[in-house]
Design a protein. Structure first.
Length: 264
């Protein structure tokens, strides 16, 4: 167990180091960092006005770490630590039941290539949300309803997309199914709703998708020619039509219902 935990910590440390090399070029620089910077300089009103849509993570984890006064890169790394620790815990939970595949589980979870992509893109909140959501479903499969509800609440407060895990967890539980549905939703309404009410100038819901288009996306045939400035910036010659932007994110959540029922 000690050797496996040491391996998990080593993988997670490498993940954190490699994933935080290019903070300036990631989404973090344009989404979360302005809120943290102005929290220090201008106060809470500026922070609330500038915070991105994943406001639960930014306010509950990001703001306290930002107030420590570290620079941009180290504030990012401090924000990523809860997610990295969650990945270590998830790796430990997996290998306890799959001893023959312990090494593979630790490397793919504590040193997850997908987690690396999330960090490299500037989204430390994704690590915590994904790890806690996955652990919550595993806890539900093991009939631990209270633990599942706690983990899923953490996941949803880290990022709203973790609601995708609620229905699989509820379907996995033989009883007390409402616990894993009601507790995270109430917590999310309290935190996100409260922050939106406090936010000066209205809410930032994060429903609209971005404008980056690539051939491997299912929306590629619907792309339209990008303007000259967008193409000159190296973002590609194809971009999203205006009508498409509000569709993909809600569609992902909506697809959770039939996919969960098919899994059940």
């Amino acid at each position: 167990m000690r050797i496996r935990l040491l391996l998990a910590f080593a993988c997670a440390a490498a993940l954190l180091a490699l994933g935080s090399r290019h903070v300036f070029w990631a989404d973090y620089f344009v989404e979360a960092w302005p809120a943290y910077f102005h929290l220090r300089v201008d106060g809470v009103d500026a922070f609330l006005r500038l915070m991105p849509a994943y406001s639960g993570f930014v306010s509950l984890i990001g703001a306290p770490t930002a107030l420590l006064g570290a620079g941009m890169d180290w504030t990012f790394r401090l924000n990523a630590i809860p997610g990295v620790l969650a990945l270590i815990g998830l790796a430990a939970a997996l290998h306890a039941r799959e001893r023959a595949h312990a090494l593979l589980a630790i490397v793919l979870v504590a040193g997850s290539p997908v987690a690396y992509l999330a960090l490299d893109a500037g989204h430390p909140e994704d690590l915590l949300a994904a790890a806690a959501a996955t652990a919550g479903v595993i806890a539900a499969v093991r009939t631990k309803a209270t633990l599942a509800a706690v983990l899923l609440t953490i996941a949803v407060l880290a990022k709203q997309t973790a609601v995708l895990a609620l229905l699989p967890a509820a379907l996995a539980l033989p009883k007390r199914k409402l616990r894993v549905l009601v507790v995270p939703v109430i917590a999310a309404l309290a935190v996100y709703g409260g922050l939106q009410l406090l936010r000066p100038g209205g809410a930032h819901t994060g429903i609209a998708a971005g404008s980056f288009f690539h051939p491997w996306q299912i929306w590629w045939p619907l792309g339209v020619p990008a303007d000259a400035a967008w193409a000159a910036a190296g973002h590609g010659d194809i971009t999203s039509p205006a009508w498409l932007a509000p569709i993909p994110h809600p569609l992902i959540v909506a697809l959770a219902l039939p996919i969960s029922l098919a899994w059940w």
